[in-house]
Design a binder for this molecule. Structure first.
Ligand code: SF4
Length: 390
């Protein structure tokens, strides 16, 4: 019996094993699963008619129960610096965002993994939207396959909306599609997963994949970090970094630390030293990120160039690779901490996130610093972390 269009399951987002189940269920030869994977993930077709090496009869049987399941973004906003933000409809009146960041021969897509986020980091626009559900592997891979620049992409970073490790199963499926020979066959070096430190899931990611890992630290002092990032209470960042120290990040795989800088809150030399102390070894790279002011977070202010430079120099002087990240896409709210999509729907109650406390030490008025210079920040050493939030 032919299913109605909206009842048909999407094939894009399925792993080879899942596609093999599909073709077995339709009594087709096993090799058809690999053919479908090639059409979906390499040739990026959007209809069954285009899958010309599959017989017409089999295509019709597929189309009766499944759909390809790719959909174009509904909106594109382009920054003066070439960064482009895409809005994707994910149903129920919700949208999520992906950000394309061109940088010479590097073309990075920053993708979302959840509708909103339940981690409730104080400084983050996404966190402020609440949590409205996980994205499926279809909705995640669709971002990679359906942006107009899909054929140009060299890197994917899971740094968009949501905590990827809070949606681990779907994220692992997408990593499989990106890196397996039957899928897009990318090197794992082209993929980075960013996390605030969900330790058990991070261990699984570290063991099951070889992708790069970026940990959003932002403050290595326990009490201060906890006031910004409630997950610190459950998984202290010191323990998370210690656990990561068991894995090899000295060769192909990279471990980096993301550190948004707030004046008087986390940009003292004592904070640089606290950060240095939790790094498991000298191979970890530290990316300092300029904070982008978001509404209602008046207590957090952007660090000055001078303080950022002093922080970087302190770490560099002690053998830590540390760079100040060049900011991208701020004018289209695509920069770090600014993605929000359209998950806000007053008519629908979102799952309530754990309540965040206000930062302990964000305010230290008086002592006026010079306003941040408008000169370009130092360009990072091929930083993979693209745009976003953590
Ligand atoms: S910073 Fe990341 S983990 Fe924290 S609320 Fe925002 S999206 Fe979620």
């Amino acid at each position: 019996m032919e299913l109605k269009r909206n009842q048909r399951r999407p094939l894009a987002g399925m792993t080879l094993a899942e596609l093999q189940n599909v073709v077995a269920g339709l009594e087709m030869p096993k090799f058809v699963a690999k053919q479908i994977a090639q059409w979906l993930y390499v040739k990026r077709v959007t209809t069954f008619e285009e899958m010309t090496n599959i017989s017409k009869a089999n295509r019709d049987r597929l189309a009766a129960e499944y759909k390809v399941g790719l959909s174009k973004p509904t909106k594109r906003t382009v920054s003066q610096d070439g960064t482009a933000k895409y809005l994707f409809d994910v149903g129920d009146g919700k949208s999520i965002e992906a950000v394309y960041i061109p940088d010479e021969d590097r073309h990075t897509l920053c993708i979302s993994s959840q509708k909103g986020c339940r981690m409730n980091c104080y400084f983050c626009m996404t966190g402020r939207q609440g949590f409205h559900g996980n994205l499926t592997s279809n909705q995640i891979i669709n971002q990679v396959l359906s942006v107009p620049e899909a054929a140009l992409l060299t890197n994917v970073v899971f740094m968009g909306m949501g905590e990827p490790l809070d949606n681990l199963d779907e994220v692992l499926k997408v990593i499989e599609i990106l890196t397996e020979p039957w899928g897009m066959a990318w090197s794992p070096k082209r993929v980075t997963v960013s996390t605030v430190g969900k330790k058990p899931e991070l261990k699984v990611l570290a063991e099951k994949t070889s992708v790069h890992i970026a940990v959003s630290v932002h403050n290595a002092v326990h009490d201060e970090r906890e006031s910004l990032m409630p997950l610190e209470k459950i998984y202290p960042i010191k323990d998370v970094m210690q656990m990561l120290g068991q894995y090899d990040f000295a060769h192909q795989r990279r471990l980096s630390v993301e550190y948004i800088m707030w004046q008087w809150f986390n940009d003292d030399i004592k904070h640089a030293e606290a950060l240095r102390e939790i790094l498991p070894d000298e191979h970890v790279r530290v990316n300092l990120i300029r904070y982008h002011m978001i509404p209602d977070v008046a207590k957090l202010r952007t660090s000055s160039d001078d303080r950022m430079t002093a922080f970087r120099d302190y770490l560099n002087g002690r053998g830590v690779m540390c760079t100040i990240r060049r900011s991208r896409g701020e004018d289209i709210a695509a920069a770090c901490g600014m993605l929000a999509g359209k998950v806000n729907n007053a008519a629908e109650k979102a799952e309530k996130p754990e309540k965040a406390t206000k930062p302990a030490k964000a305010e230290k008025p008086a002592k006026a610093e010079k306003p941040a210079k408008t000169t370009k920040a130092e360009k990072p050493v091929k930083a993979t972390r693209a745009s976003k939030k953590r």
